[in-house]
Design a protein around this ligand. Structure first.
Ligand code: IPD
Ligand code: CA
Ligand code: CA
Length: 257
C-alpha cells in the first residue's frame, strides 16, 4: 500500500503545482468562506482513480466526494487539498493528506506539500519521516518558551468551545501562536519539532487521519479536550510534544467552564 500512497501523493501534488498559477473555478460550500476549487476535485479524482485501480474493494472517505463504501476493512481517508483557502489565494502553505485505516486503526499516513517538496510519512510502529529523515517532536518542556499553532473553525463566532478566548488567553501570556491555515501541516510541523503544540476545534477525519499517526509515531501526544482518548473522528484535537500538553489542556478546560 505504501507505493500506492506515495504515487497518489505525487500525482495529486503535480496537479496542485500545475494549477497554482492558472485560473481555476472557486466555489463556496455551506459557509461563504468555506471554499472548494476545481483543483480540490481534480486532485481527489486522481487519488481515488489510483487507489481504486490497485484496490477496487477498498473503502474511501474523501472530503469533497464523501464515503464510498465497499466490502474491505481498509479505508483511505483523503483530503485532496488541506489549506484550500491558502491555495485559492496563491499561498503555498497547503498539502495533500492521505491516511489509511485498517480494521478501525490508522496504520499509514502521508502528507505532501508539493511547493516545499516535503513529504511526511508514518507507518504504525515504524516511526515518522520527513522525506528520508526520521523526525521527532520537540523536547521543550517550559510552556512559556514554546511556539504553538492553532486554527479557527469556520463557525468561530458561534463555537461553544470559545476558540478565540483560548487563543487570547495564550497570547496574553506572551506565548507566540501561529495560524497557518492547514491543519495537516500544523500537525506535521509539530511532529518534526518546529512547533511544540497544536489545537483546533471542528476538524474532520480527512484533516487529521494521516497527521495523527505522523505525530504519534514521532513521539507526540494526542488527546481530546478532556485529555481523553483521541479518535480521528473526534471534532477536537490537542496534539503536542507531550511535555506541554497539560498546560494547554488546563487553559482549554478553564475557559470552557
Ligand atoms: C481546513 C484547514 C484549516 C482549518 C480548517 C480546515 P480545508 O481544511 O485545515 O487549517 O482551520 O478547519 O477545514 O478546508 O482547507 O481542507
Ligand atoms: Ca482539510
Ligand atoms: Ca480540503
Amino acid at each position: 500500500m505504501k507505493n500506492i500512497l506515495f504515487k497518489s501523493l505525487e500525482e495529486s501534488g503535480k496537479i496542485l503545482k500545475e494549477y497554482m498559477d492558472k485560473d481555476f473555478i472557486i466555489e463556496s460550500k455551506d459557509i461563504i468562506s468555506n471554499l472548494v476549487t476545481e483543483v480540490d476535485k481534480r486532485s481527489e479524482s486522481k487519488i481515488i482513480e489510483i487507489i481504486k485501480t490497485e484496490y477496487p474493494t477498498h473503502n474511501i472517505l474523501s472530503e469533497e466526494i464523501g464515503a464510498i463504501n465497499d466490502v474491505s476493512d481498509v479505508k483511505w481517508i483523503i483530503d485532496p487539498i488541506d489549506g484550500t483557502i491558502n491555495y485559492a489565494h496563491g499561498i503555498p502553505i497547503c498539502c495533500v493528506s492521505i491516511g489509511v485505516e485498517k480494521a478501525g486503526e490508522i496504520i499509514m499516513g502521508g502528507i505532501y506539500n508539493p511547493f516545499s517538496g516535503e513529504i511526511f510519512f508514518a507507518e504504525k510502529g515504524e516511526g515518522s519521516y520527513l522525506n528520508s529523515k526520521k523526525i521527532h517532536v520537540s523536547e521543550e518542556s517550559v510552556f512559556e518558551k514554546s511556539l504553538l499553532v492553532t486554527g479557527f473553525p469556520y463557525n468561530t463566532g458561534n463555537n461553544p468551545n470559545k476558540p478565540v478566548e483560548v487563543f487570547s488567553a495564550i497570547v496574553n501570556m506572551d506565548i507566540p501562536v501561529r495560524r497557518l491555515g492547514s491543519a495537516a501541516l500544523d500537525i506535521c510541523w509539530t511532529a518534526c519539532g518546529r512547533f511544540d503544540g497544536f489545537w483546533e476545534y471542528n476538524l474532520n477525519a480527512w484533516d487529521v487521519a494521516a497527521g495523527y499517526l505522523i505525530l504519534t509515531e514521532a513521539g507526540g501526544k494526542v488527546t481530546d479536550f478532556k485529555g481523553g482518548k483521541y479518535s480521528v473522528y473526534n471534532k477536537e484535537i490537542l496534539a503536542t510534544n507531550g511535555k506541554i500538553h497539560s498546560s494547554i489542556l488546563n487553559i482549554i478546560q478553564n475557559i470552557k467552564k
